[in-house]
Design a protein around this ligand. Structure first.
Ligand SMILES: [Zn+2]
Length: 92
């Protein structure tokens, strides 16, 4: 299933940089996330894996496409989209 997804890392990838999220799009989101868990599919996930930083799939926009990915990335504020960082249970 295709989706736009947001990964929330357990801590900052680089202590000197605030990045703690990864926003991506995949035509097969579950396959892509399995790749990310192995440190594949993005440079950020590779570095996180090397440093032993785990992630949670914080949010998925099912049927979201590359246009949505671009739109969300343009906001440059993944933290705002993250239910874990905002203590929101979107499923309610
Ligand atoms: Zn978060």
């Amino acid at each position: 299933m295709q989706a736009v997804y947001l990964l929330h890392f357990d801590r900052r990838i680089n202590p000197n940089h605030p990045t703690q999220h990864y926003l991506g799009y995949a035509s097969d989101v579950h396959r892509r996330i399995r790749q990310h868990r192995k440190g594949n599919g993005s440079r950020l996930c590779q570095v996180a894996k090397e440093r032993g930083i785990e992630f949670t799939v914080a949010r998925e926009w099912y049927l979201g496409d590359r246009a949505l990915e671009r739109q969300l990335k343009r906001q440059k504020n993944s933290r705002k989209l993250c239910p874990l960082c905002n203590h929101i249970d979107w499923k309610l």
